[in-house]
Design a protein around this ligand. Sequence first.
Ligand code: UDP
Ligand code: MG
Length: 335
Amino acid sequence: MPETSGITTGTGAPGDARAAATFRLSVIVPMYNEAQSADAFFEALLPVCRSVTDRFEIVCVDDGSSDGTMACLTGWAAREPAIRVLSFTRNFGKEAALTAAIDHCDGDAVVSIDADLQMRPEVIPDMVAAWREGWDVVAATRADRATDSSRRAFFSRHFYRFFNRIADTAIPPETGDFRLLDRAVIAALRTLPERNRFMKGLFAWVGFRVTTITYDHKERHAGDSKFNPWKLWNFALDGITSFSTWPLRMWSYLGFAVAGAAFLYGGFIILKTLVVGEDVPGYASLITVTLFLGGVQLISLGVLGEYIGRIMIETKHRPLYLVRERRGFDEGEAE
Ligand code: UDP
Ligand code: MG
């Protein structure tokens, strides 16, 4: 047997569950303070799920909401056996909520969707149709960024461009967390042990047969985006540090360039001194070079710090999330 350091995953013969007349669909939903959207969301989602299959579950993760989201979810779970709810002990973030849902769903096809109705449930039948044709991942790509502020659209566009240039794993731009994943992909995602979960990157990293479909990204049903610019900045740093070592390596090249320039400049100064004699003044150039190099060194230390901080978090092996309450998981299977 050859040595292998990888993990074998997959369902074996392709298309078994997807060819069957009935299959199980899981819809996974991270929710943070979505009490105002939840009713409208379920009213839109449930008929769509029923039209796709009669065997479905909706796994909702209440990510430490403080606005009555959990009370609303508990009510829905009591009325509708297909709705299952996990409630976190505090806000762990959308990536942790998605991870928890991935850990707890059991569908043959799993669709992740936001609760704010920006991603319309009506797209799900098209995703399922693509899955039944044989695709393992069906990523829904937004037609445009019209619903984002111009600042956010600008930074998102440039973030993906930069990310795809420096990371080994390319992420399709304009593709959020609205996607269908085959159970083999879910099994692969469950094997990834990292604490720092940049899900868009992980979805791309696992590979499989991927197709995209375009959808119309709507306005938020109620409330505001849970991602302010500072959260988005940190999210971008998480993504880059999880998928690229380029920010660490670039300092060696910069160091070589600066050393090369210093060597040439040194040669020039020596020649100049030999030819035209000693030149005493030089305060301006000295202070500029000193400050410049001091700045460069601090930035490079900061970049090191970003990585070391994340290494520290990984080594602690803390759980990614803590569940306070669960509804609908133990009271029999929803059929
Ligand atoms: N969300 C979450 N935890 C958080 C932030 C957001 O579970 O800490 C959920 C949120 O309830 C929504 C989804 O993630 O269902 C996307 O959030 P949002 O709509 O605010 O993001 P945007 O559409 O602005 O990117
Ligand atoms: Mg949204």
